[in-house]
Design a protein. Sequence first.
Length: 269
Amino acid sequence: MSAATETVRAAPDEGGSLAAVTAKLAGRSLMLIPRVPSTFIPSLVFPIFLVVAFSGAFSALVKLPGFPVPKMIDWVLPMAIVQGAAFAGITTGLGVARDLEGGFFDRLRLAPVRPTALVTGPLLAAAGRSLPPYLIVLVVGLLSGARMPGGIPGALVLLVASVGIAIVAGGWAVGLALRIKSMQAAPLMQVGVFLLIFLSTAQVPLSVMTGWLHTVARFNPMTYVLALGRQGFIGGLTWHESWPGLLALGAGCVLFTLFAVRGLRSFTD
């Protein structure tokens, strides 16, 4: 019997509560980071690449009237961190897809645990997996010249945005994995997150957008999540800039958790 199976089956001895099983499944997912680094490294490397590439190639954009930061890295860095957290969330969905292909997920379903834990465990792991990209990319960005006048409060709201979007992306990815039941779901997981991010204010603020992209970005919830996370790099925190992002994250977490939970029905319908 594998250590992972023993870990999960130990839950009933502790009462088999949803919280206990969720924590154990999340712990198993986090333990896989050093064992399968190829699924985690992109959530670190790609955000750093974005910071370097966008900060240089688009540095002249800050000269546009109304651009809210003096250096492009101050605009790009929060977006890159949030994107890294989103990809960290996707890796939990990839883990579920891998378990489905390998048969381990079927063994979990036969264990005396509440089925909902098979979703909440990976989502808790998604939140945990978002922390390394947040910390490492933030430090790299600050060492590269980014300024964060918002200080610690600004860092905290960026953390909230990162953890929240990791859970949203995790719910999306886990839900797709439970429906498609193979690693073939991976491209769709990634495309969905790419579209959500890059059809928002990822590169420039709404004030300098025109045409259809302005319309799409205006109604894209990611625009408000990025506004929440960028406050520390633009200035001080305000409730006016915070509540739309918090609302978008809260709604997204609920909706995509339900999306993932409903994916469990594909095993019983």
